[in-house]
Design a protein around this ligand. Sequence first.
Ligand code: FAD
Ligand code: THG
Length: 822
Amino acid sequence: MSTTPRVVIIGAGIVGANLADELTERGWNRITVVDQGPLPLTGGSTSHAPGLVYQTSPSKTMSGFATYTVDKLNSLDVDGAWCFNQVGGLEIATTPERLADLHRRQGWATSWGIPGEVVGPEECVRLHPLLDPEKVLGGFHTPTDGLAKAARAVEALTRRARSRGARFQGSTRVLGIDQHGGRVTGVRTDAGVIPADIVVSCAGFWGPAVGDMVGMRVPLLPMAHQYARTGQVSELVGRNDEQIEARLPILRHQDRDLYYREHNDRLGIGTYAHRPMPVRLSELPEIDGAPTEAAMPSMMPFTEEDFAPSWEHSKELLPALRSAKVETGFNGIMSFTPDGGPLIGESPDVAGFWIAEAVWVTHSSGVARALAQLLVDGRSELELHGCDVHRFDEIETTEDYVDETAQRNFVEVYDVLHPLQPKLSPRDLRVSPFHARQKELGAFFLESHGWERPHWYEANAPLVEDLPVEWQPRPRDAWSAMFHSPIAAVEAWKTRTAVALYDMTPLKRLEISGPGALALLDRLTTGKMDKSIGSVTYTLVLDESGGIRSDVTVARLGEQRFQVGANGNLDLDHFRRQAPADHSVQIRDITGGTCCIGVWGPLARDLVQPLSHDDFSHEGLKYFRCKSARIAGIPVTAMRVSYVGELGWEIYTSAEYGQRLWDALFAAGRDLGVVAAGRAAFNSLRLEKGYRAWGADMTTEHNPYEAGVGFAVRKQKGEFVGRDALAEIDADTVSRRLSCLTIDDGRSVVLGSEPVFLDGAPAGYVTSAAFAHTIGTPIAYAWLPSSATVGTQVEIQYFDRRIRATVAAEPLVDPEMRRIRR
Ligand code: FAD
Ligand code: THG
């Protein structure tokens, strides 16, 4: 008899209930859902959620989660009562900056297939007559958004999952997780042990406490967020009834951190305008008896003084409120994370222990479907890199870091944020050994995973004057000029015409060694790994369906020792999980103890060779080879690889020699015109050379042939993960392609995620974009149907403008590889 695994879901909120539904829909029938609270109103965040669902977000995956939630909840009811009321969404602007941002949001909606348009003030008032026409400059209207009746949806999902065999058990508190041999075996509760093969914690803001039971860090911070209801609003009387509750679109007033919905003839008001109010789990209110809608553990007492400014702003926007009053309110508890994304994934230490937390009602069905797909099929159809709990580096999961960044995200939740907008704090968490020198050179730093990364160096500013005419930067619009500098043009120019030093230290480096290392890498990547010592291979890590999990470089440093240049912590997590249990492979993250300088440009050899007795000639160290050497007496590993597409090497050494290496290279390069160069130039150079950035340009949603990296797949090499899925696919048969676009006007720079129109209809979206200094024109990469061949005219929507672009043959720079191979 075939049986499905025994699954225990901790938490019967909107996430746990959705997961039970998704798993039972897939035929898993041994599901138990336990909750410490009584059913169906458990007292968690779902029990009081006002349920506004706005689908549009900068993230394709998050928007996809939301769209699925809307479709699913729309199809549910409890005895005829609605679970989703599709009243539409309206986000209004009261400042020109917000109005511009609404156009940007409308672009994301178009990119991700969500209907919506920016409308004028009259239309806003027609849609929502409570608005003061004098205050509103315009709005973004999304007809398929609306209200989720979260607690009722839990009931509908519970009924359906029960009818397929799931068990729901309320008033049962989980006290511990039983495990044996590194696997979960059961869940210990105050009502006994429930045996389990898989445990999924859907415990909402209690997540960290449940994670502690298996020693898993759950980087979320519970925080209070205020929600109030007015008394009767005379303008609403007679419009709705208890059944329908609301007819007006849900409303957001982001300039004041406010949102609104109807509750029959009253208005509900949510605010993020107040001070951050972190909540310790030990401070939760003690509830006598069962939770009610007025008292539950996820509700703190209303602090009126925090709400006062929001009430004033509400009366300004919605004059009808001036004769109403605030009747009730509470400080409800929800989860915030360091980057605002949810937390999905399996414990690194205890197999079978999963979490799905920090999830809004908005994304709940989508997250549950993704997790069900991971558990049942091993793969989610929407890519999860921004949701995977293992996306964080260790420093990003510490309590102090989570505390500070989660509070920051609360404050910024409705702010207009530039894609490059840096954290102001915490900063200087991780610096390379070159940091002191970078500061002396006036580096402008942005932060990534705690690393300080120079984007350009003010020390190069005087060279802007020296730029030849064809290299001179064009003026940019104010938005694309933010966190950018014309100095990037200098650094690009020097890289292509002289030589530049790039700090590559933050690039994640793994050492994979041991008797099983070769076999592991061979199984997990698309390349031939059994090459000579000193080989470097650019290769792909696929999932079973042929989707791209990552692209990495693998350098063979010894018979049983490899250095992997990776894209982030997800790669480390993947390799660790895939390593055999027999300890024949050791995997170490060596990023922090080492450092790397990219020395690139036509004069790179003139710079490095005089500093070394080792042979840095073309024959002495060929393209995509590496070797140990000494440079200025410092032991290094030199790897002839260049993400910017120039002659040169990534030069690695251990951290303590870093500054000395930097100084030696800098001094030796003075007469050659060496500059330090930053990420702004780097990103432009890699894009014009056609090198993909995993996560932005390609993800698990794409196969190598669509993404233009099919050359890295060695189908003949033998078995490897993803090979079977690719058997029938090649570059000529794919239906969509990552395509290179040049911008026709030669000056408009876009930033990424903008929709692309083909024959007037949305057909794809931008993944990465930059000004290509070498050819003097802005470029973009975008996903487009294969029918958009070279020469096809398209349009990119940038705010409220359409920018003409043309599909171009790629790469735009050095297709013959003359710059690199010499
Ligand atoms: P919960 O509903 O909290 O469920 C977790 C469950 O786990 C609880 O029932 C708890 O009892 C149980 N549990 C925890 N620990 C244990 C244990 N040890 N043993 C047994 N059971 C345990 N989201 C939106 O999308 N739109 C909105 O408009 C919106 N408005 C909000 C307004 C306010 C004021 C607040 C506070 C939140 C709002 N949210 C909104 C967020 C939303 O409410 C939550 O993100 C969502 O409800 C979380 O669902 P969940 O299932 O993860 O958590
Ligand atoms: N350096 C190192 N490792 C890395 C990167 C890096 N790992 C992660 C990420 N960056 C990987 N991305 C690329 C993308 C392209 C190339 C290298 C790393 C590249 N491609 C050549 C090409 O496409 O023509 C060579 C391909 C080949 O010969 O197989 O160089 O920056 N260490």
